[in-house]
Design a protein around this ligand. Structure first.
Ligand code: 1HN
Length: 342
């Protein structure tokens, strides 16, 4: 058949909302992930001035959330750090309140700078410190406030692109700035996060009932475990945050991890089908992603796209927080990893 015939056919059937699969098949079903997501690094020292400048431009209340979105350079304007996930840096200044609202998107906070600001989730307040991992489950009321005398910055991670893809976004504002408190501070951690559960506890939601995983405890676990010298060739010593009810990931759509790379660590090559967002908590080192080298230090954020070969190196003891859509991929039977053969 002549090329012209095929073109005429394509435009004729287009009027009936039909299209030939043979034009698009190769792009739809690729032999390996072909992502628009690119490797990227944000150095905290370089972005902090802009973040502080935003503090003078708009209040947390007016902005609702004063955030600079971490936009993946391969997907500008799409408010995403990976294909499926959103991330941003949120600033809250002393005396400010970010008003209460809720939405179906799940959020995680990873505290980068400051101490003593709070987030209140479903009627319980938690004071935040650097390195704390805090959860806002889907549809939970939440507001933030800073009653300390220093600015506080955290990284937000949300499943916004995933929820958008599913057309499942719902949101509402609370009529007042703050949602009323219903439990004492620290109640959830004591009740669910101490290796114990109340006798009559019935799992209620898809997220962990613990909503602040304090860094002090995480760091101590890593420090104690390192004495065993059981280093994973790719990951050093890597732990996964869990829901104590069932051992699943702490959140249904985002997996979260913390790892220790000892001084001098030179990791083996690794790749997985979940793009990973890393936040450096301590130390200095670099990650080689494909042919690129990303030198990082404490508080920096970097991204490894899906199925990109990478390896970590540490010049001093380093601690990395990370998150990805792994729970979703694993529940759908899609997740793959590949441990070094390069
Ligand atoms: C949100 O609710 C927060 O609660 C942060 O701090 C970032 C980005 C998009 C939509 C909702 C927060 C957000 C967000």
């Amino acid at each position: 058949m002549a090329k012209r015939d095929r073109e005429a056919f394509r435009s004729a059937i287009g009027r009936q909302n039909l299209a030939p699969l043979w034009d698009v098949l190769d792009a739809l079903v690729t032999p390996e992930p072909r992502s628009a997501c690119r490797p990227a690094l944000w150095r905290y020292q370089e972005v902090r001035p802009a973040l502080m400048e935003s503090g003078a431009l708009i209040s947390a209340k007016e902005a609702v959330r004063r955030v600079l979105v971490l936009e993946n350079p391969g997907m500008p304007g799409q408010s995403r750090i990976t294909t499926s996930l959103y991330a941003g840096l949120q600033l809250i200044l002393p005396g400010e309140v970010a008003p209460a609202h809720r939405h179906t998107q799940s959020a995680l906070r990873f505290v980068i700078e400051g101490e003593g600001a709070y987030t209140a989730v479903s009627g319980e307040k938690t004071l935040m410190r650097e390195g704390d991992f805090v959860i806002t489950p889907s549809w939970a009321w939440h507001d933030h406030g800073n009653e300390s005398d220093r600015p506080m910055v955290w990284m937000d991670g949300l499943d916004i692109p995933l929820v958008q893809f599913l057309d499942a976004s719902f949101a509402e504002n609370y009529p007042e700035d703050r949602h009323p408190l219903e439990r004492r501070e620290g109640d959830s951690l004591a009740r669910y996060g101490s290796g114990l559960l109340p006798l009559d506890h019935q799992p209620a939601g898809a997220s962990s009932p613990v909503f602040n995983y304090p860094y002090a405890r995480t760091r101590e676990a890593l420090e104690t475990m390192r004495r065993g010298e059981e280093w994973d060739p790719c990951h050093g010593l890597k732990l996964r945050y869990v829901n104590p009810e069932n051992g699943d990931f702490a959140m249904p759509t985002m997996g979260t991890f913390m790892q220790l790379l000892p001084k001098g660590f030179a990791g083996a090559d690794y790749r997985s089908s979940d793009a990973m967002v890393f936040n450096v908590v301590e130390g200095k080192g670099r990650t080689r992603i494909g042919d690129e080298v990303f030198d990082w230090a404490a508080r920096d954020v970097f991204v490894v796209p899906s199925w990109h070969h990478h390896r970590h190196e540490a010049d001093e003891d380093a601690v990395l927080f990370s998150f990805s859509d792994r729970p979703v991929q694993q529940k759908l039977g899609l997740w793959r990893e590949d441990r070094g053969n390069r």
